[in-house]
Ligand binder design. Sequence first.
Ligand code: TRP
Length: 365
Amino acid sequence: MSAIDGEAGEHPSEGGSFADAEARSARLEQALQREPAAHRVLTGDRPTGPLHLGHYFGTLQNRVRLQGLGVRLFVVVADYQTITDRDSPASLPEDVDALLADYLAVGIDPERATIFAHSQIEGLNQLFLPFLSLVSVAEIGRNPTVKDELSAAGLPAMSGLMFTYPVHQAADILFCKGTAVPVGKDQLPHLEIARLIARRFNRRYSPERPYFPEPDALLSNAPVLLGTDGQKMSKSRNNSIPLGATPDETAKLIARAKTDADRRITYDPVNRPEVSNLVLLAALCSNRSPESIAAEIGDGGSGALKRLLTEAVNEHFREIRRRRAELLQDRGYLRRVLLAGNARAREVASQTLADVRRLMHTTYG
Ligand code: TRP
């Protein structure tokens, strides 16, 4: 019998639904507060361009908060994931540096957190092979996020790596026995695959004592920020305000943001998504409620709203941008941070791989 046959011991009520994931996330949040040292948080990004305000309010702030709780934090620079849908660009080293500068500028502390590039961690990549044996093609094929990304990339065919990257992502999470993965809703299908792999590995190779913890998503309650065109803010849609934009660039990006014909500014996300998104962003940047921002602008119209927003963004990010620019002046330092993180991640991965080999009976000599 293969590990992917039969679901004995897998409870259909566990997993799948969004409500379950939300409930588990809430419990996880409490557990993290109670016993931070018992957890390992793993999350990361593809180095496909600088991070933007959506990342900042959606996940970066949360990472820094978790780091402050004393949780062990791993941050993966997912460079292999950039070749799922494009050729490895010559700009990759700069893109990685920009990502590192973003991380450090917002307060991820390389002394406490392990920031690493997964292409450099041999043990992590070795896990990909046994993990592939634990899921079926049909299970991967049902993943709606993979389908969405493929259609967003507009490619005629799906590469094998694109198809299987959620399994590779499971290796990112499980190599360090990650227990908590702060992600947005779109990543939940991937997390289900990681959970499935952990469960099946344990059942098949370590039934007495589960080896991998089943990782849970830590869902952010930050509101989803829209881009300047009213769609989800995203690097690939060209509608984002990068963390590192200059004040002038910020003003230009905000000036071209979509609004509507109603002069009076209100906060009404359902009926006025574009205007409300600008109000929300101004609120997040100035620690105020969206309602009070909307009331202040009132009949001032979208021009006044955009002026206030530009000020608020530039003010809120001034210090972060200053640090970011300074960090980018010293690429040698950024590389040292990455090399040190890689070394630490490699140690963790070697230990996990040694255990996995022992459990799988592929240790010789
Ligand atoms: N797929 C994630 C993204 O596109 C990045 C990522 C790679 C990741 N490996 C991960 C996120 C592991 C969480 C856990 O943003």
